[in-house]
Structure formats: C-alpha cells, structure tokens
Design a protein around this ligand. Structure first.
Ligand code: CP
Length: 306
C-alpha cells in the first residue's frame, strides 16, 4: 500500500479516501507504540531528515521517534547551530541534505508556501510539518484520528474551532479535512482574528463563545501565537481570556461527551483553563500519542514499507 503522492504538503489536496487510508494505517501503528518492544523492521534502509526552521516539541520529536520505531535512520538538522546561520540559502540547505541520501524530509518554516518551494526543488519526499499560517497537515490528521477513535466516525459532527484563526495553520488544515466529512464547522474569536474570507471555506463565523460551543461534539482550541502578534490584534491577554478562554462553563454548553482538543503548546489561563485542559473531556495528551502513530503511518505509506 502506498500513498500515490511524492509529497504531503496539505490536507486540501488529499481526497477523503486518502485521509481514510492514512487514519486506517495509523491503527496498527498505534499498537506498535504501546508494545513492550516498540520496533518493527518496516523502513530499514530508509532515511528521514527533520529540518525545522521554527521551534517544536511535539511534531519534530514525534517524527523522530516514528521513524525510529519503523527502523529508519533519522537525523535532525539543528538549524540554530547549522550553516543556515552563516547565510546558506534554503534551496542549498535542502540540496545538501538530499545529496547525503535522505529519502524524506519533514520540514517546518515560518513562511507560508515554503514546503511547496522545497518540494519543487528536491527529489526527496517532503512532508509539511507546518508552513507559516498555511497548513499543518500532520496535526490535522492526528486530530481527525483522535476524534474518529472516540466518536467512531467523522461524518456530520459539529466542531467549533476557537481563537486565532487568522494565523492558524492548524485551523486551516482541520477545516479542509473536516469539511470532506460533512462536518458543521464554527470558528469563533475576536473579529480581528477571524478573516472574513474564512466563510468561503464552508465554515460559520461567531463572535460569542457561548453561542459557538452550544451543542457541539468537538471544541478545538487554538494557541494564541504570541510570536505572530506583533500588531496589537486584541487589547491584552487578560481581555482575550475574559472573552475567549474555554472554561468548565463553556464545556457544559456543549454535548455531554464533547471532546476538547488543543494542538499544544497550551497557554493555560489564556485560551484554556487548567480545569478543562486536565478534565475528563480532554483529549490533549492522547493527541500527542496519536501523533506518533499518524507520522508512522505516513512514513510507511510514502516510503513504501515492506
Ligand atoms: N502542535 C504542534 O505543532 O506542536 P509543536 O510546535 O510542539 O510541534
């Protein structure tokens, strides 16, 4: 079984059948991650490079361990101590990685479209690990997997995405994915963080958090990205949390079995209260576990494992 694509650059370009194939493949991969001996020979002889120009805990580390569980060789380019700091271009950096014999690169950069640029300039397979405000496809896949595992199906769910929609690659990738399953998607946040054109993606915009979460199956809470807030888009973090922090009162307005998701890292007390983050409806730590299985599935499908 193979994903018939050189690269995975976004959810937008995946069919529902391709998403189902990735989610189905992640089920046995998750089994591997929970065994005593977490190692299978599937990708022996294959090599993965992680090249991250932006910080990461979950995505980079889970790509690394996913590759290692599948017996691939994995190398992490440490960008802050690399020759990028001597002015080496992105194109040259990627060409050098390619010439060392890597088969696939997991790539993150602050510039939207950078993963597409890299994919056009290398024979390696490229997995977008987050490009600016464009897409974060592996995050959306692990979100879909986590929701499907609990709800049994993704069809026709009501999902609210809360917060900084404007800067969020997680929101965009989730919207592209969930609309393929007929979900009703609501986005909510301050008007300055909800681009008007988002409704063209098939979602409904809300400005009242209480209205937006009423009777929904899933609440996906976005991080307030302090590093992308250099023009004051809301008065202060205190005022943001007064209006848009998810607290237990908001959870009570949703369905009893509502799932609470957050891609991490969390700003506790800003976009999510600790009671919700650690509460019984929270899937946040399971999302991280599922992220390893999803990245194993992708590596397997893209590298044509045995
Ligand atoms: N969710 C996510 O992308 O987290 P990291 O930035 O830690 O990889």
């Amino acid at each position: 079984m193979e994903l018939a694509k050189k690269d995975l650059l976004g959810i937008k370009e995946l069919s529902k059948e391709e998403i189902d194939l990735i989610l189905d493949t992640a089920i046995p991969m998750k089994d591997v991650t929970t065994r005593d001996i977490k190692k299978v020979p599937t990708l022996r002889g294959k090599a993965l490079a992680t090249v991250f120009y932006e910080n990461s805990t979950r995505t980079r580390t889970s790509f690394e361990i996913a590759g290692k569980y599948l017996s691939a060789d994995v190398v992490n380019l440490n960008v802050p101590t690399s020759s990028v700091q001597k002015g080496e271009s992105l194109r040259d950096t990627i060409k050098n990685i390619e010439m060392m014999g890597f088969d696939v690169v997991a790539f993150r950069h602050s510039m939207s479209g950078s993963a597409h640029y890299v994919a056009k300039n290398t024979d390696m397979k490229v997995i977008n690990a987050g490009d600016g405000a464009n897409e974060h496809p592996t995050q959306a896949l692990l979100d879909l997997y986590s929701i499907r595992e609990k709800k049994g199906s993704l069809e026709n769910l009501k999902v609210t995405i809360v917060g900084d929609i404007l800067h969020s690659r997680v929101a965009r990738s989730n919207i592209y994915g969930l609309t393929k399953y007929g979900c009703e998607i609501r986005v909510v946040g301050p008007a300055t963080l909800i681009p008007p054109e988002v409704e063209r993606l098939g979602v409904k915009s809300y400005y009242s958090l209480s209205e937006a979460v009423r009777d929904v199956d899933v609440i996906n809470i976005l991080r307030i990205q302090k590093e992308r807030q250099n023009v004051g888009l809301f008065p202060s973090l205190d005022e943001y949390s007064d209006l848009y922090m998810i607290s237990p009162e908001h959870v009570k307005l949703a369905k009893d079995d509502v799932l609470i998701l957050h891609p991490g890292p969390m700003n506790r007390g800003v976009e999510i209260s600790s009671e919700v983050a650690d509460g019984i409806n929270s899937l946040i730590v399971e999302q991280v576990q599922n992220g390893v299985a999803i990245r194993m599935a992708l590596l397997f499908l893209m590298l044509g494992g045995i």
